[in-house]
Design a protein around this ligand. Sequence first.
Ligand code: S3P
Length: 175
Amino acid sequence: MKTNIALIGFMGTGKTVVGKRLAEKLDKEFVELDALIERKVGKTIPEIFQQDGEIAFRELEIEAAKEASKKKNVVIACGGGVVLNKINIDRLRKESLIVYLKASPGVILRRTLSDTNERPLLKSDNKALAVKELLKFRQPFYQRAADMTIDTSKLDIDSVVERIIARVKADESLT
Ligand code: S3P
């Protein structure tokens, strides 16, 4: 029986807020890959992108995903690009149910505009286009990795959490 839940999905789909509440409700530890990376290198994500570049960030992300994959009984909020390296999903899948949180481009744009978190990959004069294009490219990666998909566009945090818990309970009842 898998004891972890890994949340994947584009920036602004609610992985962090949902993950924290889900962990609380299921009495599991909450782990965020971006926070693991920031703690390890002592820099923020935007600083890593700016000073070291995306490739260096992806290497750190591979290490963080590897570390998190070894844990048990945790909820893992992954960065939006975790699916780009297949090794991350292969490692996570061993102990985690992989839940893809989806949202429409409009909702993502609204959420990422109102959120204080700086996203280096969405720094653009035309943020709507940046979201649309990146999402189009990434969608198949998310879909391929997902054990379960939830469209969060019209759902509040608790409704998303409840759906994941229902799935976890259903899986548990099968064992
Ligand atoms: C990224 C998403 C970010 C962060 C980094 C790269 C991406 O995390 O890991 O800026 O490639 O989609 P969130 O999805 O938590 O914003």
